[in-house]
Unconditional design. Structure first.
Length: 260
């Protein structure tokens, strides 16, 4: 894809937005990246947008994982089990996703986002157990949630943070801050698995990936700082997380269904 100067600027700014989201809430990277690539940058193919976003989000997630790890927000054992089992599901899901019509894929993607946002808001202000660790009790739940989330991540071509965060909380009872930091391990792993599948099929744009990652570096730094500030207020990060999902999902639905 040959980019205009305007598209280059829009791609960098879009990447900054994606990086900010990953740094702030540990997810939303591909939720934002796919519609930004399609509707703002102007990528004509939904599948190329999905493949490109998978590569960019995997790289940005890895970069944003560093400050969260330094802050002690990552539950490494729980995150590693979840990610390892989910990768197999992501490969399988990506194969099925490429067989589906691009616009229908975006519409279904938006519906799933709305469901998850409602579930997050219903959860309210639950604090979670900061001392949680991998155990015989939560291992089966981590495996089930990891496999299911990985499959959905691959199917929709996303890093999956918007699914991984609530899944980690449901499986282990860890606090929101730990779920956000830990989710980036899986976001990077799932995104990489999905990216390999799409790159193999020629459905990723290397130039756009580079622009997104460049913008994501700055955005990720600001997102982590903003997340630290929001963490002082009970339930604030949950409401921000759900609010972003609802807004983007409604926009995607209106566009993919031809209502706007």
């Amino acid at each position: 894809m040959i980019l205009t100067y305007l598209q280059v600027v829009l791609a960098v700014l879009s990447g900054a937005g994606v990086g900010f989201s990953l740094g702030l809430i540990g997810g939303g990277g591909s939720i934002l990246a796919v519609p930004l690539l399609v509707y703002v940058v102007g990528v004509p193919s939904a599948h190329v947008a999905i493949g490109t976003s998978a590569v960019a989000v995997a790289l940005n997630a890895g970069l944003n994982l560093v400050p969260h790890a330094r802050a002690g927000n990552v539950k490494w054992r729980c995150a590693s089990v979840f990610a390892a089992i989910g990768v197999a599901g992501a490969f399988a899901g990506s194969i099925l996703g490429k067989m589906m019509d691009g616009q229908r894929l975006l519409a279904l993607f938006a519906v799933i986002m709305l469901v998850v946002s409602v579930l997050m808001l219903r959860r309210g202000h639950a604090e979670g157990d900061v001392s949680v660790r991998l155990s015989r009790d939560n291992l089966p739940r981590l495996a089930v949630f990891g496999a299911g989330t990985g499959a959905l991540s691959g199917f929709f071509g996303i890093g999956g943070g918007f699914l991984i965060v609530p899944a980690l909380i449901s499986a282990t009872g860890m606090p929101m801050a730990n779920a956000i930091g830990s989710s980036l391990v899986s976001v990077a792993a799932f995104g990489l698995a999905t990216a390999i599948s799409y790159i193999w099929s020629g459905l990723a744009d290397g130039q756009l990936v580079a622009l997104f990652v460049a913008g994501g570096l700055a955005g990720g730094f600001l997102g982590v700082r903003a997340g630290t500030w929001l963490g002082r207020y009970k339930g604030a990060m949950t409401r921000v997380f759900a609010g972003i999902l609802i807004a983007v999902a409604l926009y995607m639905l209106t566009r993919s269904l031809g209502l706007a």
